[in-house]
Design a protein around this ligand. Structure first.
Ligand code: NAP
Length: 294
């Protein structure tokens, strides 16, 4: 029998996987089996659907079955923490884990969504340090990004959300966690109140996701004139309306596909003790882009 990367499965094949619910849409197997094939590792990566109430048994079972490493996705990134033996400080601080690494007696949790975003940005020459950042959204992804911004020493993070209470809650949490007034909440519709300067803007709402390609949370051209770099967490469509508006106003714009690839790469490195080069990352990027029809 052959595994996804074309090698034979044998007595020494290691298994990794992703747990979540639903899980059929995941592209993590594509990322990891492509990496295993590229490096010639005897490893197979598979999806595991875990039903509500089954998480503890799944984690214990995975450990008992000698599963090398796991990714964790919606809805278990928070809940999984109580079943781990240890957690990386940033993941513990955010309260969200997406990668499990075997350690003595159980798994240690990491958040490679955020290390992946940092690495994806850095591969494009983008740094958060000293930046004034506009963060669009205050949902699960935006909250983690807000932590990353503060941890990466952003000067200011303006959190703009349709529901102001959520932006206020995330802002208060970040300011408390980092002991400085780094974050300010704002209603999306109040974007004109942003001080007149140039920003790094991170789009972390779900608006603009395929098939709603032409939707965007802010249409106003004046807003985009304030953006020197726009980073959309969405990668489908490949060029979102947010990215188009940033570019039309003269800024640089990127989608979230590299973030997705690098969260996988960071996990793969943790499990396999390898360092994945930019060339290898670009190779995976091309394979995923082609397979997803992007
Ligand atoms: P979420 O928790 O459901 O949050 C959704 C956010 O979008 C909230 O801030 C929500 O505002 C806002 N929103 C939704 N509909 C809106 C509308 N019609 N007008 C204005 N705001 C609206 O979702 P999430 O998990 O944070 O994910 C957000 C996005 O990030 C998704 O598109 C996801 O695909 C993407 N993502 C990408 C990666 C990657 O690897 N590239 C990783 C994670 C997430 P309210 O609070 O007002 O409802």
């Amino acid at each position: 029998m052959r595994k996804g990367n074309g090698r034979m499965i044998d007595g020494q094949t290691r298994t990794c996987g992703v747990i979540g619910n639903p899980i059929k849409h995941t592209i993590s197997p594509l990322i990891h089996n492509t990496l295993a094939g590229r490096f010639g590792h005897n490893l197979v990566y598979v999806p595991f659907a875990v039903e509500d109430g089954g998480l503890e048994a799944a984690i214990k079972g995975a450990y008992a079955l000698d599963i090398l490493g796991m990714n964790v996705t919606v809805p278990y990134k928070g809940e999984v923490i109580k079943y781990l033996t240890d957690a990386d400080p940033l993941a513990a601080r955010i309260g969200a884990v997406n990668t499990l690494v075997r350690a003595g007696g159980g798994y240690k949790g990491f958040n490679t969504d955020m290390s992946g975003l940092k690495r994806a940005m850095s591969s494009e020459g983008i740094s958060m340090e000293g930046e004034e950042i506009i963060l669009l959204g205050a949902g699960g992804a935006a909250r983690a990004v807000a932590y990353l911004c503060a941890e990466q020493k952003a000067r200011k993070v303006y959190i703009l959300n349709r529901t102001i209470e959520k932006a206020q809650a995330v802002s208060a949490e970040i300011n408390e966690a980092f002991g400085r007034e780094v974050s300010l909440p704002l209603l999306l519709s109040d974007h004109a109140k942003l001080p007149d300067r140039r920003y790094l803007a991170i789009q972390a709402t779900s608006v603009g996701l395929e098939p709603h390609d032409e939707e965007v949370v802010i249409e106003d051209e004046a807003f985009y004139k304030k953006v020197h770099t726009g980073y959309d967490l969405i990668y489908k469509p490949f060029n979102t309306r947010f990215m188009k508006l940033v570019r039309q106003a003269g800024g640089r714009a990127y989608n979230g596909l590299k973030m997705l690839i690098y969260q996988g790469i960071d996990a793969y490195e943790l499990w396999n003790d390898v360092k994945i080069s930019t060339d290898d990352a670009d190779y995976v990027f091309d394979v995923v882009k082609r397979e997803m029809g992007l």
